[in-house]
Write a new protein. Structure first.
Length: 368
């Protein structure tokens, strides 16, 4: 607990400063902190830490020397042991947009220097869960097929078509359905909340989720095979890690039962795209995809023209509000840090294992 204002620094590019930080939130922060910003424009990557030159690192050392807390986002270089040891007071590092977390903070170095590390990945949970629910509803009505027909500027929806065209026979309600979730993190838990009014049964595969959370949410934890085969709707919500890349291939996709809907709002690389297209060619399932591998979806990709597919260009978590929410959540975490409370989104071994795709003990490995 501090008896003074803490010194909080943000390292990011100018777009983060302009879009993510609202005046309202900055005023909240300034009630208990002195705020400093350093513009930095290092490349952000999904696959590797940003590379920085010596001049940039030296400037960051000067900027962060007297900070109690450091927040990083797009544009920041890797915050490593060299930088951390230069900071006499640094006890908190936060990442605003957690998908790139492991690329911008050296976790081992932070732990060795007794620094609390948090991220605000959950800032986009509501938005992604909302779009996942929307895609579920679209898929159950095969909305993609109807949109394609209507966009052709031909007559669509006549009595004869309604009675005879197979597209109109694919018209299901969500109420009472079985829903399968691959991943039960922040987004999965929020989606389960949105689904409750529809009186659905939820199955989930997540080897890292604490059992008490599944019990509290009344969700059945089961194998990946069961999550693919049993439900009427399968939703992919898993993070992209070394163990989930290519997780859903021909074997897994062929388990999806006829008449089911497959939704992906996580990452395209979790699904084998060629295998998914072959599964969709059977024309007995519908896919609603916010993500695909590669992105953007190639102009000549077969999946663009498939009637049983609805596509959106990776928009689930990119609302203006989600970007502001990342910073709002970070302020809450900084306030807890300032007051001497436990941070809600600090990293522990379970979360680290999930992000890296590693097992963390028999209790988890037995549930794979």
């Amino acid at each position: 607990m501090f008896d003074r204002k803490i010194n909080v620094g943000l390292i990011s590019n100018s777009r983060v400063r302009e879009v993510y930080l609202s005046d309202k939130d900055l005023n909240k922060l300034k009630k208990f902190a002195n705020f400093f910003w350093m513009e930095c424009n290092e490349e952000s990557s999904w696959d590797h830490p940003p590379v920085s030159n010596k001049e940039v690192i030296n400037n960051i050392k000067k900027f962060s020397r007297d900070l109690d807390a450091l927040v990083v986002c797009h544009g920041s270089p890797l915050i490593d042991d060299n930088i951390m040891k230069n900071c006499d007071n640094l006890k908190f590092i936060g990442e605003l947009e957690g998908d790139r977390f492991s690329q911008r903070v050296d976790l081992d170095a932070a732990f060795n220097n007794n620094i609390v590390v948090v991220d605000t990945t959950n800032g986009c949970s509501d938005a992604v869960a909302e779009w996942a629910l929307g895609l579920i509803l679209i898929g159950l009505r095969n909305g993609g097929a109807h949109f394609r027909k209507l966009s052709q500027k031909k007559e669509w929806g006549t009595v004869l078509q309604r009675e005879n065209d197979p597209i109109f026979q694919w018209n299901e309600e969500l109420s009472g359905k079985k829903i399968g979730m691959i991943g039960l993190g922040y987004i999965g838990r929020k989606l389960s909340e949105f689904l409750r009014p529809f009186n659905v049964d939820i199955y989930a595969h997540d080897p890292y989720v604490p059992l008490e959370i599944a019990s509290f949410l009344d969700i059945t934890l089961t194998s990946l095979e069961n999550v693919m085969a049993i439900p009427d709707v399968v939703v992919c919500l898993a993070p992209l890690t070394p163990s989930t890349e290519g997780l859903l291939g021909t074997k897994e996709l062929n388990l999806i039962k006829s008449g089911a809907v497959f939704v992906n709002v996580s990452r395209g690389k979790i699904v084998d795209s060629d295998a998914l297209i072959k599964r969709l060619e059977v024309k007995d399932i519908v896919a609603c995809l916010d993500v695909f591998d590669p992105e953007p979806v190639p102009v000549d990709s077969q999946i663009r023209a498939m009637e049983n597919v609805f596509l959106s260009p990776h928009i689930a978590g990119t609302t203006l509000n989600t970007r502001r929410e990342f910073f709002s959540e970070m302020i809450k975490e900084l306030s807890r840090f300032h007051s001497g409370h436990i941070n809600l989104h600090s990293f522990n071994q379970r979360i680290i294992a999930n992000r890296s795709g590693k097992k963390i003990g028999a209790a988890y490995s037995d549930r794979r």
